[in-house]
Design a protein around this ligand. Sequence first.
Ligand code: NAP
Length: 321
Amino acid sequence: MKAIRVHEFGGPEVMKLEDVPDLQPGPGQVVVRIHAAGVNPVESYVRTGTYAMKPTLPYTPGTDGGGVVMAVGPGVKRVKAGDRVYTTLPNSGTYAEQVLSNEAQVHRLPDNVSFEQGAAMGVPYGTAYRGLFQRAEAQPAETVLVHGASGGVGSAAAQLARAAGMTVIGTAGSERGLELVKKEGAHHVLNHASDGYLDELMTLTDGRGVDVILEMLANRNLAKDLTVLAKKGRVAVIGSRGAIEIDPRNAMGREADIRGVTLMNTSEQEYKAMHAALVAGLENGTLRPVIGQRIPLAEAPRAHVEIMKPSGAHGKIVLVP
Ligand code: NAP
């Protein structure tokens, strides 16, 4: 089969399409024929070799994929050959024609959902779900700011929050992004590239502020976020690409919380709950992953350039073998 291989850490160009042996499932394992692989920012951080997670070289990148079960190992009960599935955090990389997963990492893909949409599920929807429900503990009737709602995680969060009965305010940095955010469930949209846009939050919330912020770029926004929170408000830090100075007093009076989010910290029980809820959302149509760009697998380097562009996100980038 064909797979992207990384033999040395570095820029996007270190990813090369190569021939590698077909995969065989061991006990409790599943081999999935990949029809689409999700591209997440973390895969570009890992590729540089400077991120906390450093795989042994050579390796195949990729944490999310949608496809069809090719073969199952002894003891596998939840899926069988021919089933449509999405897989996340598998044992091998998804930038490939095949991937090896443990049975628990494979989830049924309803017939109304494409393989490309399946590839957009694991990390983006898992992170949005963890941030919103498991970390920020957002409740129906609360107001949520999805700070960066036009990308993979943010568009998922807007859909999840809307379906759960929250008032959703979403931001984007381009006109196209703002349209997407509105379409995917935000009651109000704000442009994070315009001056003073967060001041409008106070008007939108009658001076109260928001209960929850899901933050995609904390190094830029955290200080200001603390000033637009309601009492007992929570900021869930999902993305950050550097340091920032904050005024702790803005958290004191409000008794506000800053809560970190790391998908990899999800417990087995939380993971089960997360994917049960996500599959149900796909079935009932409240979750509709938005695919912004389809890029051939051989052009994985271009996908890593696109995912790190500072603005203009429009849903998910997927690689197609
Ligand atoms: P993505 O698809 O590239 O989206 C990036 C988002 O950030 C877009 O909505 C973009 O909006 C927005 N953004 C850009 N400038 C912003 C600003 N000044 N203020 C607020 N938002 C801004 O990436 P993603 O997959 O959604 O991931 C988002 C972040 O979460 C990344 O940093 C990623 O590494 C991180 N992440 C963390 C975890 C975890 O476990 N903690 C898991 C997954 C992802 P425009 O393009 O419209 O400007």
